[in-house]
Design a protein. Sequence first.
Length: 319
Amino acid sequence: MSHDLPHISAPDTSSPADPVGDPLEALAGAGGVLAVITGVEGPHYRNPGAVMGFPALGDGRLGAVGQLSSGCIEADLALHAAEVWHNGAGRQLRYGLGSPFVDLRLPCGGGLDVALITVRDPAPLRAALDLRAARRTAWLDLDLGNGGRISVGETRPAPALGRFALAVRPPPAFAVLGVGVEALTFAALAHAAGYPVTLSSPDASTRTAAGRAGTPLAPPGPLVADARTAVTLFFHDHEVEPALLAEALRSEAFYIGAQGSLRTHQRRLAALAELGLTPAETARLRGPIGLIPSARDPRVLAVSVLAEVLGEALSAAPA
């Protein structure tokens, strides 16, 4: 007996389906099926709130954007998504520990709860993406029942049975200030990783090298740093730092750090105190920066600092 279900397209380079794309952006066009992890048990690959999208491609097919398990359950999710899209009813699935799908085991040994929600009206997703583009956090209130209603707001919805609050946050941004190879290498690494980056430098050769590398340069004017921005300084001439750091410390930036030794850091704190900053304000300044002590190679330093900043971004994000 044929169910006349839509075909699930395999991810390839000729369609919008891909494992590393943005699922919400993919669904914001013509809708589709949203898959979201709503719970985990034991070891797990992704956290609750991770999403995957099965966007409607306009020809009866569904694509596949993103991943929830690095290949363990995606094919099965695609089949369920096709049925959900066909009949319009939401669905909640369990994989791994306690799952009825005994032939689909998670190598990590944990359990995974996934909700599938039909997105017929993508307007709430578009509104959430607009807020994210404006560097504001959006909250999607997801109805996990058959209704599948999605609403959007800027405050976390109150907990309710059968609903899931999904945060859509702007990614960490990087305001990089400095001169020379350390600043260039760090800015290039963060940019290559897909994060918003601007480089500001008083040195013409540094700006020229950044332009050749495709690293965006900050426009002239005061520092722009919101609560999801990290400010990093890479100067060898530390005399130029106090005024820049004072401006950064009076911003909302979640991370502020400067290259240099512990002795240099102590001198910075003294210089900032002379500018009138209080110990509470200067306590936000990181130094030495990076997870690897005394990193000398610019590439090692860049990886070390990027890892530290992203770790701080994860801990700073509200629950």
